[in-house]
Design a protein around this ligand. Structure first.
Ligand SMILES: [Zn+2]
Length: 73
């Protein structure tokens, strides 16, 4: 079972459980999604002028979730 967008977000924040994290070692689709999610998070952190804007982060996360495949490619 693929990771949900919520689970990928948790992984990017280092909060995903070990059992689900294991899926990333065997699924390149979810790994690609997870790496993208982490990249977005790191870019947000790296841009001080965006840091205070929680609304901007929410907007980005919404975009990420919309683009995330629901299971099949
Ligand atoms: Zn997967």
């Amino acid at each position: 079972m693929h990771l949900t967008p919520d689970e990928i977000e948790l992984w990017a924040e280092g909060l995903l459980g070990a059992a689900r994290t294991m899926h990333l070692t065997e699924c390149s689709l979810c790994l690609a999604e997870a790496e993208q999610e982490r990249k977005v998070l790191l870019e947000l952190v790296a841009l001080p002028r965006f840091a205070p804007s929680a609304r901007f982060a929410d907007h980005v996360m919404a975009q990420v979730k919309i683009r995330a495949p629901s299971g099949e490619f």
